[in-house]
Design a protein around this ligand. Structure first.
Ligand code: ATR
Length: 276
């Protein structure tokens, strides 16, 4: 019998996850189907009960449900608990277990695609929202030397670091302060939506002081290469767009569901073809 999977979100109609997961199920000859489920906020508890009742084998959870879903699950993995968000559910014989593969997916993509190790690196995160939080924890668990955060609203960054309570050196800066000592970082990551379509001219942080060979990553993938990344490339940085994070969060979820780490190259082909 076909196993069923899906993504729960609102809106979810433009999600690339069904195409990506169905593509690898097919490639591996696994009898399974992945569907996009549009679920409004007030329907989330019913939808989660529905997963159990219908025996759906696993799901991804996306905006706006990543935090609200947590009390509805039977168990939450430690990393997801610390991040405060769940993006992957595994149905283990009727028990729903929540995981977060966004932060770990980002880190895995960064390491594989830019051939970088995190251990000992000086890292700057731009932004302090949900995405930054997942990435901060995942980087901290890889023993970065320091992870500083700059954000439009300074207090949000301070709060993120205080709540995280991990034993890693971290300072908070305004965007302007960070721009002045950009050359101190080996890895710089934009976690904000600044530069996202249609506001493609916007820049999250000036790259005037960027050194060549710095790793510069943007979690945005629409456009595929933001103006910010283009400028970093011109300055001979090692650049990475947001496709990698999307692919690897999906690949890590797929591995939790099936025990198989899928062909990320194939997943990337599918996604890039669609983004065109
Ligand atoms: P998410 O929580 O999903 O990561 P978000 O809430 O849209 O995304 O924003 C994430 C980060 O992008 C936040 O740090 C936010 O800054 P504030 O804390 O000051 O709100 C930052 N951000 C969003 N829009 C921005 C903008 N136009 N300029 C600068 N920073 C912005």
């Amino acid at each position: 019998m076909k196993q069923l999977y899906g993504v729960i979100g609102c809106p979810v109609h433009h999600s690339l996850s069904p195409l990506m997961h169905n593509g690898v199920f097919q490639q591996l000859g696994i009898e399974a189907y992945y569907h996009a489920f549009h679920v409004e906020k007030d329907q989330l508890p019913a939808a989660i009960q529905g997963l159990k009742a219908l025996g759906i084998a696993g799901a991804n959870v996306t905006i706006p449900h990543k935090t609200a879903v947590m009390p509805l699950l039977d168990e939450i993995d430690e990393m997801a608990q610390r991040i405060g968000a769940v993006n992957t559910i595994v149905n283990e014989n009727g028990r729903l277990i929540g995981y977060n593969t966004d932060g770990p997916g980002f880190v895995r993509a960064l390491c594989e695609e830019t051939k970088t190790v995190i251990k000992g690196k000086r890292i700057l995160l731009v932004g302090a929202g949900g995405a930054a939080r997942g990435i901060y924890f995942a980087l901290a668990s890889e023993q970065a030397a320091r992870i500083d955060i700059c954000n439009r609203t300074r207090s949000t960054a301070t709060q993120l670091i205080e709540e995280a309570d991990v034993s890693i050196d971290s300072s908070v800066y305004s965007i302007e302060e960070a721009e002045k000592h950009l050359d101190e970082y080996e890895i710089i990551i934009n976690t904000t939506p600044v530069g996202l379509y249609p506001n493609v001219e916007a820049m999250p942080l000036s790259l005037d002081r960027l050194e060549a060979d710095t790793v510069v990553s943007d979690i945005i993938y629409n456009p595929l290469e933001t103006k910010w990344l283009q400028e970093a490339r011109q300055k001979r940085a090692i650049v990475q767009n947001g496709v990698g994070m999307f692919i690897y969060q999906g690949a890590l979820a797929f591995e939790k569901w099936t025990g198989i780490f899928p062909d990320v190259k194939r997943m990337k082909q599918i996604v890039i073809q669609q983004l065109g």
